[in-house]
Design a protein around this ligand. Structure first.
Ligand SMILES: NC(=O)c1ccc[n+]([C@@H]2O[C@H](COP(=O)([O-])OP(=O)(O)OC[C@H]3O[C@@H](n4cnc5c(N)ncnc54)[C@H](O)[C@@H]3O)[C@@H](O)[C@H]2O)c1
Length: 355
């Protein structure tokens, strides 16, 4: 029986992976520090992991001794632990870098010591920054970051150098990385650390670049939560979801159970990798929707979405991925349609509010 260590396995995505892995016959250990700003009720979070059938260890991935103990008998590490989201302001930067970059370095060094050579890493679509666009004469371009003056004037869409409009396109894994905020920078650094570990140790790693993940167990309203959680939390308070910009920002919303399935496919592939290897995969539903579509799908009739025109400078306008590579190479495709997933999400429980 393959033994897995899932770091951050008490979290939103981690616990869905744990549930699937236990069902799939893996023996699973979770190492999670139960961050106070994401787990309102630490005891409940620990108990939930145990209920799923995994061993729970409370500890920090940045602690080498905790990592050494957690790796005992483990063959594959699924590294989900991270500080997520856009954050409040730049004062969050040290915590992002410590939790995500330093944390990953400690995980990889411990794997090297323990001779554990197989890693599945949670990455994100944020590594790409702004999406890809096609110009009117057919060229693919990646526009620079949007200027505050344009956003203030309600000019949300990037335009070509000559001022003509651009058509959003899907991005695949061959595109350059262009992180636009501190969190995105840390996800790029995690990938680079993992690929350096592969070269240095002969290990094998897969990084999964998740698109916007939603589903039951999402953290409730916090500055670090994804947009689906912010809207869902507003609905739970009996308020209208407040939609930034004009609501036409394009994203790919992928259900957490589908993301868990992608991880299981990656674990199976990495477990049998014959030679040292490094591969990245986009993980999306394959369907493009706007932020406004998502707000409308989960709002109730008495509290329809309100489009505010506000913006956050770190946000990108459009980012949508092609998930063709993971379908072709690992045989994984998302199975839960947007309409079904959002209908259920509209009344699904969120994780206890953060303190
Ligand atoms: N939610 C999304 O839409 C999304 C999209 C792309 C990528 N990701 C990535 O997926 C992974 C999981 O995210 P999530 O949405 O489940 O977040 P989450 O906050 O629900 O889960 C993260 C878990 O990691 C734990 N953790 C944080 N720092 C730790 C540390 N130093 N040591 C041990 N445990 C620690 C937290 O307590 C939490 O349980 C992260 O790496 C995140 O960057 C998430």
């Amino acid at each position: 029986m393959t033994r897995l260590l899932v770091t951050g396995g008490a979290g939103f995505i981690g616990s869905a992976i744990v549930a699937d892995a236990v069902r799939g016959g893996y023996e699973v250990r979770v190492l999670d520090t139960l961050r106070a700003d994401v787990h309102g009720d630490a005891d409940a979070a620990a108990a939930q992991v145990t209920r799923l059938g995994a061993e729970f260890v409370r500890g920090d991935v940045r602690d080498p001794a905790a990592m050494d103990a957690a790796l005992d008998g483990v063959e594959v590490v699924v590294h989900e632990a991270a500080k997520v989201g856009l954050g409040v302001n730049f004062q969050d930067a040290p915590d992002y870098v410590s939790s995500n970059d330093f944390g990953t370095a400690v995980v990889l060094a411990a794997m090297d010591r323990a001779d554990v050579g197989r890693l599945v890493l949670a990455s994100s679509m944020v590594v790409y920054g702004e999406g890809a666009y096609r110009t009117s004469d057919g060229r693919i371009v990646r526009p620079a970051a949007r200027r505050a003056s344009d956003l203030d004037a309600g000019r949300f869409d990037a335009v070509a150098e000559d001022g003509s409009s651009l058509t959003p396109e899907l991005i695949d894994e061959s595109f350059d990385l262009d992180p636009r905020n501190v969190y995105a920078q840390t996800k790029v650094a995690q990938e680079h650390l993992a690929s350096a570990w592969v070269r240095a140790t002969g290990g094998s790693a897969i990084a999964l670049r998740y698109h916007n993940v939603y589903g039951p167990g999402m953290p409730a309203n916090t500055p670090y939560a994804g947009v689906a959680s912010l809207f869902r939390s507003a609905v739970a308070r009996g308020e209208s979801p407040r939609v930034f910009e004009d609501g036409r920002q394009r994203r790919d919303f992928v259900h957490v159970n589908d993301v868990a399935g992608a991880n299981l496919a990656a674990i199976a592939a990495i477990s049998t990798a014959a030679t040292s290897s490094w591969r990245v995969f986009n993980v999306g539903s394959g369907a493009v929707h706007t932020i406004g579509d998502m707000a409308a799908a989960i709002a109730d009739a008495d509290h329809p979405p309100v489009v505010t025109g506000e913006y956050r400078l770190g946000d990108v306008r459009h980012i949508t991925a092609s998930s063709a590579r993971i379908a072709e190479e690992l045989g994984w495709r998302a199975a839960i349609p947007f309409e079904d997933g959002m209908r259920a999400f509209a009344s699904a429980p969120l994780r206890a509010a953060a303190q």
